[in-house]
Design a protein around this ligand. Structure first.
Ligand code: MIC
Ligand code: SF4
Length: 645
């Protein structure tokens, strides 16, 4: 029986378990990445494990999220991460060098390797034929220390691409079409593999746009073959020596097959407030816009930027529109400056931002009240832009640039011929913003630079004998980590300070939650389906931990968030019958009698007693050998410490 690309990489990296779909496996991790908003915690956790030097083939620490420095906090975090990188053997990508996923693709990614990153869009690396997976900071810290990374052996979905994209239709439209069909829950527990003749027509940056937004499907990862296109990309980066071919066997077995004829696609947009709320331009109709933002790890490659520059060339941004552009990396920005494209953008009236996440994570450029903003980004969750009633549409760079000129959401096919241009064959290589680690002889001399806002990991306790606690919050379906632990310019500087950041936990849904949960001492959260979708931020588990949340009972979880809850020692429970969700109200007291014994014995079917109304509710507590021990110990940090002894 033939193998999928996923199975080929997994079997070459398998440390524990067997490649049986749905069972837990442990894999060896070749590369890791962190970014600054999740990085401080990850390095505090790495320090707490007591491993002196990373044991991966390559680990890179990026600074790209918290680059708005309107206080000492972010700059202190950058210094802390830089010093950790130097001491512990990591490459350090300094602020200004670009967005982690874009830079990693350009300078570090290698086909066939495994990569985990403390950012949910790490699967961008799948555009290069890597098995790249987003994870919580603690999982990344363990992998840096040489430990295995555990996942549920995924199902594999084949997306068979045929045909070729028409002019003005972009890779972004391909992934929006996949989102339209599969929804934000459709990829949970799956890797999405792109194959077929159409694949050959897509360059690596286009493929990376598609694998990047696989995160929005909830997928474990997404991957393209490593072929001639991959080789050409690596050649342009003067890294062809790392190329190896990768493709699925002709008789590989897939769990699902999706057919997409690229030539039939049209420009699409994800409407507020979900990446799967996808419509065509004609379905949306006339839409006057206030803002256009181009950039983010989804669409900030040189190819995207050059398209935009050529569309804008010689024209002026509509007077009612604010256009911002953030090239994805220093390499991209440098090359735009060299080839004159930057000048075309500036000339047209674009507001050029530094190469960083910027508006994508609410770091500036929040739209006006109820403002309509077109963005080439990957998430349009309510409030994420920093403007509570902002209306965010996700579109391709082509649609964004054409619309910036007309002032209305514009089908780019209506504005004439797509300007022609050629990408350079060799890119400008200058890694001078990547600092190398100290040598083993010098590492002991490196001092870790800590700022006053950097507070230790919150206290944990081993799993209680019985959980008897009130429901501090009841929420609905598709709760994102942006609801649980909002980001943005005001809150992100608190990422290294769990007591402080926890004061903002769930405030998007309920302003009173942090104070109520803290006052209750111990509590339980009840939620709907796909709870915790979105970001990899472990703060969405650490803040509830700090506020005394002992268990989360929901209809279903998103993958990374469930893993983060377990890592934080919070019990993840699911309803056996989804209808039982209605038998619990906020404020009710729930009891899980003898829960510790039950977990020790590996009992997965439990009963929750609702003391307030007497209902007995069957729930599932699905923990395997390792996750069971983690929960019993009070979290992954305690478990790892115990196992390192
Ligand atoms: C995001 O896009 O939501 C982020 C900010 O990149 C997060 C990471 C974080 O919250 O720090 C992600 O996607 O994992
Ligand atoms: Fe940064 Fe946005 Fe990408 Fe997250 S999605 S890594 S915030 S650019």
């Amino acid at each position: 029986m033939g193998l999928t690309m996923t199975e080929k990489i997994l079997s070459a990296h398998l440390l524990e378990g067997e490649l049986i779909r749905g069972t837990e496996i442990g894999i060896r991790i070749d590369q890791t990445l962190t970014q600054d908003a999740t990085g401080t915690m990850a390095y505090l956790e790495f320090e707490a494990m007591g491993v002196p030097r990373v044991r991966t083939e390559r680990s890179v620490a990026y600074i790209d999220h918290n680059t708005l420095q309107n206080g000492f906090e972010n700059a202190d975090d950058h210094r802390f991460i830089g010093s950790c990188a130097k001491k512990h053997g990591l490459f350090f990508s300094r602020p200004g060098n670009g967005i982690c996923h874009q830079v990693h693709l350009e300078r570090f990614g290698i086909p066939g390797k495994t990569l985990i990153g403390s950012d949910s869009h790490t699967p961008t690396g799948g555009g290069l034929g890597m098995l790249a997976i987003g994870a919580g900071g603690l999982d990344v810290a363990v992998a840096m220390g040489g430990g295995a990374y555990y996942i549920t052996c995924p199902k594999v979905v084949k997306v068979n691409l045929t045909g070729k994209l028409s002019p003005w239709v972009a890779a972004k439209d391909v992934i929006l079409e996949v989102l339209r069909r599969m929804t934000v829950k459709g990829g949970v527990g799956k890797v999405i593999e792109y194959t077929g003749e159409g694949v050959k027509t897509l360059s690596v940056p286009e493929r990376a746009t598609i694998t990047n937004m696989g995160a929005e499907l909830g997928a474990t990862s997404s991957i393209f073959p490593s072929d001639e296109q991959t080789l050409a990309f690596l050649k342009a980066q003067k890294r062809e020596d790392v190329w190896t071919p990768l493709c699925a066997d002709a008789d590989a077995v897939y769990d699902e097959v999706i057919e997409i004829d690229l030539s039939k696609l049209e420009p699409l947009a994800a409407c507020p407030h979900s990446p799967d709320n996808v419509k065509s331009m004609s379905e949306i109709g006339t839409l006057k816009i206030d803002q256009v933002c181009i950039g983010s790890c989804t669409n900030s490659s040189l190819l995207d930027m050059m398209k935009v520059a050529h569309i804008l060339k010689g024209k002026t941004v509509h007077p009612d529109v604010s256009l911002s552009i953030a090239p994805g990396s220093k390499q991209v920005l440098n090359m735009l400056a060299e080839n004159g494209c930057l000048s075309d953008m500036i000339d047209a009236g674009a507001r050029i931002l530094e190469s960083a996440c910027g508006p994508c994570i609410g770091m500036g450029q929040s739209p006006n009240s109820a403002g309509i903003s077109l963005r080439t980004f990957n998430r349009n969750f309510e409030g994420r832009s920093g403007t509570k009633d902002g209306q965010i549409y996700l579109v391709s760079p082509e649609t964004a640039a054409a619309s910036a000129l007309t002032g209305y959401l514009t089908d780019p096919r209506t504005v004439g011929d797509m300007p022609e241009f050629k990408l350079p064959e060799v890119f400008t290589i200058n890694d001078n913003m990547v600092t190398l680690p100290a040598s083993e002889a010098e590492m002991d001399e490196v001092e870790i630079l800590r700022g006053p806002n950097i507070k230790p990991y919150p206290d944990t306790t081993p799993l209680l004998e019985t959980i008897d606690a009130p429901v501090s919050l009841k929420v609905g379906d598709n709760i994102t980590t942006d609801h649980i632990m909002p980001a943005g310019a005001k809150i992100l500087p608190l990422r290294s300070n769990i007591p402080a950041i926890s004061q903002h936990c769930f405030t998007v849904c309920d302003e009173e939650f942090p104070a109520r949960a803290k006052a209750l001492g111990q509590s339980i959260i009840v939620g709907g389906a796909n709870y915790g979708q979105g970001s990899s931020r472990e703060h969405a588990a650490l803040a509830p931990l700090y506020l005394g949340v002992k268990a989360v009972l929901v209809k279903s979880f998103a993958r990374i968030h469930r893993a983060n809850l377990i890592n934080a020692g919070i019990l993840p429970l699911t309803f056996v019958n989804e209808g039982d969700y209605d038998k619990i109200a906020q404020g009710d007291t729930l009891v899980l009698e003898g829960i510790r014994k039950a977990v020790e014995n590996g009992t997965s079917e439990l009963t929750v007693l609702n003391k307030t109304n007497g209902a007995e509710i069957p729930v599932l507590c699905e923990l395997t050998g390792r996750t069971k021990d983690i929960i019993l110990a009070g979290g992954l940090l305690d478990y790892t410490r115990e196992n390192l002894k």
